[in-house]
Structures are given as structure tokens and as C-alpha cells.
Design a protein around this ligand. Structure first.
Ligand SMILES: C[S@@+](CC[C@H](N)C(=O)[O-])C[C@H]1O[C@@H](n2cnc3c(N)ncnc32)[C@H](O)[C@@H]1O
Length: 185
């Protein structure tokens, strides 16, 4: 099945967890991949059709990459298309909980639609991300939004700070790229 068609099917069936009308554009995917520069491991959260996975593989061909996707149909397509990428069908928070704290610098590259996710899933996902970044200050989250506001409000906070990195107009709709990481005060 065509990727865009599969995406639209899943989006129609589960609009709150997909949270988009179209896959990410190549421009957005490149901006996300550039923002992950320097990471020794990549974990893509909500990989969907693989638009960003493709850019991650192109920009960082030697960095081990794990793609996490909730939907089994989309995950099957990811496995077929990216045989060198490990693909897990699981909610992001479960995968992050299992991440060893001593892992090297890791970029979480996320398409999770925080503004539309069901409340429980949204809170679990954001909390797991905050815990992961607070446990190891070399980790960071790269996330996009469809509005010029932070992807989610921090609940643990601590030394974590949002920074806006980029605006990508050539995406439907335009997207803002953000980084969350621990920063010195
Ligand atoms: C905005 S769409 C994907 C966009 C992706 N960049 C693309 O171009 O296809 C968000 C994706 O996140 C997945 N998703 C939503 N909540 C999730 C969760 N808690 N864990 C893992 N994947 C999730 C959805 O199934 C959907 O495929």
C-alpha cells in the first residue's frame, strides 16, 4: 500500500494519535535530522510513514537508530523500507522507561502529536521524556509543533529548557522545530 494512503487510513481511524493530515515534508525531515547532529544514538518516536526516518538514515548513516511506532501497519512498512533500522511497535513511554541511564548521547527525534494525544498517553509520554533527559544530561529531545508554542508544558522541569531551533515553512502545515535538554542556569 502507498505510504501516504496508509497514513491517511490510520489518520482517519485514529486522528488523536496521528495528529496530522499528511506525512512530514522532506524539508521538515531534513531540519529534524540536522538538529540531531552529534548524537551517538537516535530514537525516533512516532515514526509514522518514515519520512523523518529516511532523513535520519541519510544524514546519520552510521548512527544506530531505533524507530518507535504505535501502529502495527505503519511499523511493518517501516521494517520493510529500513531493514537496518530497529523498529518497535510500542508506546514511546514504554521504550523510554527501558532505556539504560548510562547510554551515550542520544537524540529523541519525535513526531508525537502532544496537542492531540489522549490525556493519559500525553502525560505518560511527556513524563517519560522528561525523566529520560533528566537522568542523562547528554540526551536531548528534538520535536516539532504546528504552532509557535512549546510542544508540552514541563512537569518535572528542573534544569530542562526548551529552545526553538527552526521554522519550516515548506511543510503542510508549517512547523516549528524545538529542542529540549538540560541547560546550565
Ligand atoms: C504526526 S504522525 C507521524 C509523522 C511522521 N513524521 C511521518 O511523516 O509519517 C505521529 C505518529 O506517532 C504515532 N504515535 C502516536 N502516539 C504514539 C506513542 N505514544 N508512541 C509511539 N508512537 C505514537 C502515530 O501512530 C503516528 O504514526
Amino acid at each position: 500500500m502507498l505510504r501516504a494512503a496508509a497514513f491517511m487510513l490510520v489518520a482517519a481511524a485514529r486522528p488523536s494519535t496521528v495528529g496530522a493530515i499528511l506525512p512530514s515534508s522532506r524539508h521538515l525531515a531534513d531540519a529534524m535530522a540536522r538538529a540531531a547532529q552529534g548524537a551517538e544514538r537516535l530514537i525516533e518516536l512516532g515514526a509514522g510513514t518514515g519520512a523523518i526516518t529516511e532523513a535520519l538514515c541519510d544524514h546519520h548513516p552510521h548512527v544506530p537508530t531505533l524507530a518507535v511506532e504505535l501502529d502495527a501497519l505503519l511499523a511493518d512498512q517501516l521494517r520493510e523500507r529500513f531493514p537496518h533500522v530497529e523498529v518497535r511497535v510500542a508506546p514511546a513511554h514504554r521504550v523510554l522507561r527501558e532505556l539504560p541511564a548510562h547510554a551515550g548521547p542520544t537524540a529523541l527525534v519525535s513526531s508525537l502529536p502532544f496537542r492531540s494525544l489522549p490525556l493519559r498517553l500525553r502525560l505518560r509520554s511527556s513524563l517519560a521524556i522528561e525523566r529520560c533527559l533528566l537522568a542523562n544530561s547528554s540526551h536531548r529531545l528534538i520535536q516539532y509543533t504546528y504552532q509557535p508554542r512549546v510542544p508540552f508544558d514541563l512537569r518535572l522541569g528542573g534544569s530542562l529548557r526548551w529552545q526553538r531551533l527552526d521554522v519550516v515553512w515548506r511543510n503542510v502545515p508549517p512547523a516549528w522545530v524545538w529542542e529540549l535538554r538540560a541547560r546550565a542556569r
